[in-house]
Design a binder for this molecule. Sequence first.
Ligand code: GLN
Length: 491
Amino acid sequence: MSEPTQLTITEARQALTQKRISARELVDAYLAAIESARDLNAFVLETPERARAMAAEADARIARGEAKPLDGIPIAVKDMFCTEGVRTTACSHILENFVPTYESTVSAQLWRDGGVLLGKTNNDEFAMGSSNETSFFGPVLSPWRRKGSNTPLVPGGSSGGSAAAVAGRLALGAIGTDTGGSIRQPAAFAGIVGMKPTYGRCSRWGTIAFASSLDQAGPFARTVRDAAMLMRSMAGHDPKDSTSVDRPVPDYEAAVGRAVRGMKIGIPKEYRVEGMPAEIEALWEKGQEWLRAAGAELVEVSLPHTKYALPAYYIVAPAEASSNLARYDGVRYGLRVPGANITEMYAKTRAEGFGAEVRRRVMIGTYVLSSGYYDAYYLRAQQVRTLIKKDFEDCFAAGVDAMLTPATPTSAFGLGERGGSDPVEMYLNDVFTVTVNMAGLPGVSVPAGLDVQGLPLGLQLIGRPFDEETLFALGAVIEDAAGTFQPARWW
Ligand code: GLN
């Protein structure tokens, strides 16, 4: 058997049930990998005791012949998911010492199915960012490096720690949240698979809220099949989240390998943006060839409101964030900085507790919601959002089964290279991903190749609402053609 940290979830599951490895051995291999990779700063909290205890329970179930779907699989959890008795911070100073008394539904379902918690992963503060550089705990370093260069690169964001953990072989799978691209963009930068499910497919209960109408949890994995396995456990109706949808959870794994012959794949012409590197354009074409070779029909489609998606997102998301983050006031939990009176206490707590990007979003959010500006900004952005959604609906109504686009406009960039003087430079990372959140659709990023610098590039598939299965089927075709990618170890 190959190195435990080189296995996929599928292979590990087989090795565990055939008793070629124990859950305890598997988890120990991952805990050792995490320890030797602390330079990456992918984890903000390691939970070795809990991991070993969970592995022991998994081993006992396997021994009794009662293995659960994810029994003994070591999983990393973004620090946006509340974990009972395990510190959860959103990578913010304001929640630095917060220990939840409850478990998020999504993570609880992973543990219900036998998954093992390795620890909490680093992310941009409150999931605001595209590079993991806004974390209170410092940036994550990508396990990838440019050919012949030691320049530290970002892993993408905001789920940078989860992406780095899976790509760096520090976890078999991980979970993240995606509000505007925070699963798909880091997955693309890290050369792994990342899915944002349909809005409502996974419960948001117990997940720290950023922008409630956009946030969705999703998996990171090294293969499409592995991502499908995680999704099956994560998805499902939750009476505790009124936006979670009561639909049966399909066997997503069964969709991997399903024929895509005859499927109609839309190529949105508006995604051909100015200044996009020629090699991304070339990879996109390659992706189309792969799907065509598998029997799919490629059609050009138009999503005319695409250009408004990013500006509208940067109104809607901060608006919702400003209202969600109002609860961090130093009163009930989290940081409290005393002041002469309660107003001063609020102000000092929030000024000290939030980092610069979060403060910027709160200010934009309160501005666009304020009386006099509400109609001009927030209401307008919501109307644009409806149009963006309608663009997709029109294509699906015309028979398109899914769309293929690049996942990001560039490959990973260097630490500190972007957004220093102009935040919009960072926001532009999300140009291909935010539309999907605005429309509430499922999207997956699948690694498709390496650029001239030797860095991964991903292709994005966008599906009809609740049709994640088609994305898994198409993603597997791309994966079969492109292969899988692994960074050379330097840490
Ligand atoms: N990069 C986007 C933002 O900063 C998206 C983040 C996310 O998906 N959580 O808002």
